[in-house]
Design a protein around this ligand. Sequence first.
Ligand SMILES: C[S@@+](CC[C@H](N)C(=O)[O-])C[C@H]1O[C@@H](n2cnc3c(N)ncnc32)[C@H](O)[C@@H]1O
Length: 467
Amino acid sequence: MNKYISYSKVLKQIAVDKGNFKTVLFREFKGDSKLKEAYGILIKAVKNYDKIVEIGSLINQKEKKNIIGNMQLFCVLVIEQFYSKKKKIEGGGQLKKIITENKDFIASQLNIDQNADNNSNLIKQDVHVRWISKDSTQNKQTKEKQVSKKKSSEDKMQIEDIRLQNQMIQKAQPDDIIENLYTINYNDYQAVISKDSSVLDSTDIVIQSKSSAMPVYLLFKNIIDSQSNESLSEASRPSKSFDIIDCCSAPGNKTMQAAEYIKGRGKVFAFEKNQQRFELLKERVQKYGFEQVISCLNEDFLSVDVTQYPNVEYFVADPSCSGTGMLNHIYFDEDQIQLEEENLQNQQTKKSFMERTQQIFESYDNKMKQRIVGLGQFQLKILNKLATFPSIKAFSYSTCSIHQQENEDVVFKFLQENKSFQLVEACPQWKTRGFKTKNLPDGNKCIRFNPFEDKSDGFFVALFQKK
Ligand SMILES: C[S@@+](CC[C@H](N)C(=O)[O-])C[C@H]1O[C@@H](n2cnc3c(N)ncnc32)[C@H](O)[C@@H]1O
């Protein structure tokens, strides 16, 4: 308990006496073996201070006496109990007893899901729900039957009704960019599914992060269906009917999105090399009723005979990557996330996203560095392959990696090796842009998601068109 008392004294100097966080912390703990732990607890204690004091006051009111005398100590112990890796207060004492007795109350006040992992209590990303337009999934016959049974306006009302009934959608906000995508706060999402997890079985919705929904949305919005983009080449315009290939498709979120947006103009061929993942892809395509539009193929995309696909004009390339943009990824431990939070809080010393990804890359061991470079080479192979299809007009390339070695560097090498392609500016209104690198000065035509700022997994999207 002694160390908590020393942390609480430091917290008082910062939160009550308004001392500078780093100055006070280093004055008290410099050279002390407790520095790292003190930093970890105090940065969260400062951030959540007002809320935890408010909770302490509510407990005092409930008990009708001042049972929590030392609010700073209470705050430090609450952080240890709910936000630390061990989630356990060492030693005993009256305050620990109070926290244990009021555990559920405190957790609910802090909006903490006690079953969630550590990281999700630190940065809670939004959950995105994509509403699937049923029109595109129904085959012609069923659609005709429905139309004869109901007038179209009634049909529409029925869809609105289901929409309202769906608890998930009721709690969600429509996205400002992607049509039919809704954003739901992490805690509201947990609350809905803990009450009724059957909403996740619905074939009206798919849980797909905003970042994951971007590539196919932009391929259609910025290229295939774009009326206004003057920088589009004639060679990138769609024929009246055309097919699409999703090169690396399981579990099929992007495949199904492409099938939905193609709106009767053609088919989607979904390649998936891994047998188990292929089964999952097939199962989902069936569950959502897309069998009429999507052909699933358990094949290595790199070995496909391109002459067999003369009508394929567009490609979705979302190849295997390091997944380093996913916050629940093993490479983001609590310390790293803390560093990011601290980096974001101080505007003056804030490092750019590019600098941070470089620092993170440098912190990896050689094996991991080689893995990332190797994945970049694999992604380039996929892009080089799709460039050989006879009728290719445009494609999207995406990863959920934050590293330049898999993203901008791959784009640069592809353009170097395929002179008949060029980048299309993706989603001009999106703030987080691809990195301008020495080799790729127009890397900002691509978009990125910063997992620490954009409330969705880290992601990269590039759009290419035939010149
Ligand atoms: C990032 S995941 C795709 C996720 C998918 N686009 C989605 O949004 O649901 C990459 C997939 O590509 C598959 N894959 C890897 N190499 C492949 C290859 N040579 N041919 C076809 N699929 C491949 C992997 O097994 C994995 O399922």
